[in-house]
Design a protein around this ligand. Structure first.
Ligand code: PLP
Length: 419
C-alpha cells in the first residue's frame, strides 16, 4: 500500500493554473492575450532581458574569479550583503541604523523565499500573536505564513471595492485595534492585486498608528521602481527607519525585497531579507538563528542572480543604465494603462468604476504592474471562452500583457462583455 494514500488533490494555484489554461488554448499565440502572470513584456509581447543584465552577465563570464558555480555562504557573500544594504538603506536615518550595526541582511530565494524565511523566524521567536495582511493581497502571503505555523492571520481593510480607492479610514481603524507586537504586512509600492498605494501623507498616518501601537511592520517590496523610481519608492522604509532611530518606540522592522521584477531576474530567484534589530547583540542572535533555518531548508543560496546583482550595484555605468531601463518599463506600463483607457472611452464602453464619467478612471489612477479592473467573474469567464483573453477571476489584469498590437482587440472584447 502507498504511504501517500491519505493525500488528496490540492487546489491549483489561482495564478499559475491560469497560465496553464493559456498555454493549453489552441488559438495562435498572436491571438491569445495573457493578462494573468506578473512578468514584464515589451511592446511585442516578448520577455525582456535588461541590457544592464546582459552586460553584467558578459562581465561575469569573462572574469575567471566569477565564472564558476561554487557554493555561496549561507547568507550570500559579504559583498552582496553590503551592496544590497547600501542600495536599500542609503538615506540619512536608515544609514545611521546601518552604521550602528543594527540591520541584518541576507540573500534570499527572491521575494517569496524572503517572506518564508522571515515567517519561520517569527514562528520560532514565539512572540508574534497575529499577522495582518491587506484585503485583498497577493494570494501567497497567507499561505506562506500558515506553512510556517503562524496560526493567526487576519485581514485589515485596504481596498474600497466601491470607490476603487484606498480605504484609509477602514485601514487605520483596523490597525488601531491591534495589540503591541502584532505584525502588519504592507506592500511598499504597486500593491498586488489592486495597484492602489497610500500616498506619502497617508503613509505617515499609517506609520503613526504602527508606532503608537508598537506593531511590527513587515514590508514586502516586489515592485521597487515601478511607481516613481528606485529611490522615491523607498519612502515608507525611510520614514520607518527615521522613527526607529529618533524615537526608538518601534524596535523592529522587516523588509522582504525582490529583484525579480525590477531587474527582470524572475527565474534566478534573487532577493533579500533585512531585519532592523534592537541592537547589535540581537542582530547576532537573529543571524545565527536564520542561518540554522536556511541550512536545513536549502543549505545555501543560488549564485548566478547574486553575481548579476553585485555587478549592477557595484558598477556605476551599469547602475545608471539599469535605472533608465526601470524607467522604460515603468513608462510603458503607464502608457498601456492610458491606451486601454482611451480605447474603452472611444468605444463608449462604460466601466464599473465611480471616479469619473467613463467608469474606467481607476485604470489610470492605479500604479504598477496590476490593475484591479472591476470586471466580474462571469465576464472574466466569457472573455476567456469567447476571446482567449486570460486574467485572474477577481478581474486583476497584468498591464504588462497589453501592447499596442493587442489593445484594440482587448478593448473591443471588454466592451463586448459590458454591453
Ligand atoms: N510579493 C508580491 C506582492 C508579489 O506580487 C510577488 C510576485 O508576484 C512577490 C512578493 C514575490 O515574487 P518573487 O518570489 O518572484 O520575488
Amino acid at each position: 500500500i502507498s504511504i501517500f494514500r491519505n493525500l488528496k488533490l490540492a487546489p491549483a494555484d489561482p495564478i499559475l493554473s491560469q497560465t496553464i489554461s493559456f498555454n493549453n488554448d489552441p488559438k495562435p499565440l498572436n491571438y491569445k492575450i495573457n493578462l494573468g502572470v506578473g512578468a514584464y513584456r515589451d511592446d511585442n509581447g516578448n520577455s525582456y532581458i535588461l541590457n544592464s543584465v546582459k552586460k553584467a552577465e558578459e562581465l561575469i563570464r569573462n572574469d575567471s574569479n566569477l565564472n564558476n558555480h561554487e557554493y555561496l555562504p549561507i547568507l550570500g557573500t559579504n559583498n552582496y550583503i553590503e551592496l544590497v544594504q547600501n542600495f536599500l538603506f542609503k538615506d540619512e536615518y536608515s544609514n545611521k541604523l546601518l552604521n550602528e550595526n543594527r540591520i541584518l541582511t541576507g540573500q534570499s530565494l527572491s521575494g517569496t523565499g524572503s517572506l518564508r524565511l522571515i515567517s519561520e523566524l517569527l514562528k520560532i521567536s514565539n512572540n508574534v500573536n497575529k499577522i495582518v495582511i491587506p484585503n485583498p493581497s497577493w494570494s501567497n502571503h497567507k499561505s506562506i505564513f500558515i506553512k510556517s505555523g503562524i496560526e493567526k492571520i487576519d485581514n485589515y481593510r485596504y481596498y474600497n471595492f466601491k470607490t476603487q480607492r484606498l480605504d484609509l479610514v477602514g485601514m487605520l481603524e483596523d490597525l488601531n485595534s491591534l495589540n503591541p507586537g502584532d505584525g502588519v504586512l504592507l506592500h511598499v509600492c504597486c500593491h498586488n492585486p489592486t495597484g492602489v498605494d497610500p500616498n506619502n501623507e497617508e503613509w505617515d498616518k499609517i506609520l503613526e498608528i504602527i508606532e503608537r501601537k508598537q506593531l511590527i511592520p513587515i514590508f514586502d517590496m516586489a515592485y521597487q521602481g515601478f511607481d516613481k523610481n528606485l529611490n522615491d519608492d523607498l519612502y515608507i522604509i525611510e520614514r520607518t527607519c527615521e522613527l526607529i532611530f529618533k524615537n526608538n518606540k518601534i524596535k523592529n522592522m522587516i523588509l522582504c525585497q525582490s529583484f525579480a521584477k525590477t531587474l527582470g531576474l524572475y527565474g534566478e530567484r534573487i532577493g533579500s531579507f533585512s531585519i532592523i534589530t534592537s541592537n547589535k547583540e540581537e542582530k547576532e542572535i537573529l543571524e545565527s538563528q536564520i542561518k540554522v533555518i536556511i541550512r536545513s531548508m536549502y543549505s545555501s543560496p543560488p549564485c548566478q542572480g547574486s553575481k548579476i546583482v553585485e555587478m549592477v550595484l557595484s558598477n556605476p555605468e551599469l547602475y545608471n543604465e539599469w535605472e533608465l531601463e526601470v524607467g522604460i518599463m515603468r513608462d510603458r506600463l503607464k502608457e498601456m494603462r492610458m491606451l486601454l483607457f482611451n480605447e474603452l472611452k472611444r468605444l463608449n464602453c462604460h466601466g464599473p468604476g465611480v471616479n469619473g464619467p467613463t467608469g474606467w478612471e481607476h485604470l489610470i489612477e492605479q500604479n504598477g504592474m496590476f490593475c484591479f479592473t472591476g470586471i466580474l467573474p462571469d465576464q472574466v469567464a466569457a472573455l476567456e471562452k469567447d476571446s482567449s483573453i486570460y486574467m485572474t477571476s477577481n478581474g486583476r489584469i497584468s498591464i504588462a500583457g497589453i501592447n499596442s498590437g493587442n489593445v484594440g482587440r482587448l478593448s473591443r472584447a471588454i466592451a463586448g462583455v459590458f454591453s
